[in-house]
Design a protein around this ligand. Structure first.
Ligand SMILES: [Zn+2]
Length: 304
């Protein structure tokens, strides 16, 4: 079975043989674990033959089999004591859950969104710090030197290299022109807003947010590589790798545009996908139901 067929027409998630070395995430099962199965018709008094794709009576027990529309698991439940509707909703009224690749994309986009939230918080704090510093610089200057001289005394003089680097950096910060600092603060604030907007858009799987992330991340790859020509830190390398991964992922994801994405959702998460993954025979017993109380005798499952 190909990878993309998981949960979308071939293998029911969680039923394939386990791989030895590379475990596989089953996003359908993760979603069902978090939010429960997507069952339809549990509140319906009667099941019709066309409902067999997601709900079937079990004549032997009088119970009903419900199919989770996301993970394809069949769940055996009792019919409702007090049905709130005569029969399950029509297909057009049912909002199908994401499955297959579109569902995986949702998880990846949310991971990227969390990465952007971290950027938003760091840059936001930086912008606030710059503006506060700019505002109180004259007051800070006096106390800064006093604190620093005290610290130097405590650590036994300006011998440590790291201390003198910090001192040098702070001296530079105090020496910067007000307008330069203001510009730096504005850049940090603007960038924080950009990251925040990206995070919100990505979380809700907005297409514009994917393009925005792609452009913003790709533009920053240059400066990030340049940064590495200076001092290389684990953090810098990690940030660069994350961003390259994001750009590569979106590069492949964006190739088809919105239309291809809709086609993909239709292929992996539409009614056709559900029909492809339908077992050839009802899971238990035959479809004809309930003795002879229902005059419209249900036929074979719809879509077979
Ligand atoms: Zn499920």
């Amino acid at each position: 079975m190909s990878v993309s067929s998981s949960g979308a027409g071939g293998v029911v998630p969680g039923t394939e043989a386990p791989r030895r070395f590379r475990p596989r995430l089953r996003y359908e099962l993760m979603s069902c674990g978090l939010t429960g199965h997507e069952l339809v018709g549990t509140d319906a008094g009667e099941l019709r033959s066309e409902d067999a794709i997601f709900a079937r009576p079990d004549p032997a027990t009088g119970l009903r089999w419900y199919r989770c529309l996301r993970c394809d698991a069949w769940v055996l439940l009792a019919p409702p004591d007090h049905p709130t509707r005569d029969c399950p909703p029509e297909r057009e009224q049912i909002e199908l859950p994401l499955r297959g690749r579109p569902l995986r994309d949702k998880y990846v986009l949310r991971l990227i969104a969390l990465d952007r939230v971290v950027h938003f918080l760091i840059l936001g704090a930086l912008a606030i710090a710059v503006f506060v510093f700019l505002h109180d610089r004259t007051q800070l200057r006096g106390s800064f030197y006093k604190v620093f001289i005290d610290l130097q005394g405590a650590f036994g003089g300006p011998t440590s290299a790291s201390h003198s680097t910090i001192l040098e950096d702070l001296r530079k910060a105090f020496a910067l022109k007000g307008s330069t600092l203001f510009t730096l603060g504005l850049i940090a604030a603007g960038y924080a807003v950009l990251e925040g907007v990206e995070a919100v858009g990505l979380w809700f799987r907005k297409r514009w947010a994917e393009y925005l992330t792609f452009v913003a991340t790709a533009l920053l790859l240059g400066p990030e590589v340049y940064e590495l020509t200076g001092r290389i830190t684990v953090f810098k390398v990690l940030a660069l790798l994350i961003n390259i991964a994001i750009v590569a992922y979106r590069l492949f994801g964006l190739r088809g545009g919105g239309q291809a994405e809709r086609a993909e959702i239709e292929r992996d998460a539409g009614w056709e996908a559900l029909e492809r993954a339908l077992p050839p025979a009802p899971p238990a017993g035959a479809i004809p139901s309930r003795d002879s109380t229902s005059p419209a005798s249900p036929a074979a499952p719809a879509g077979m």
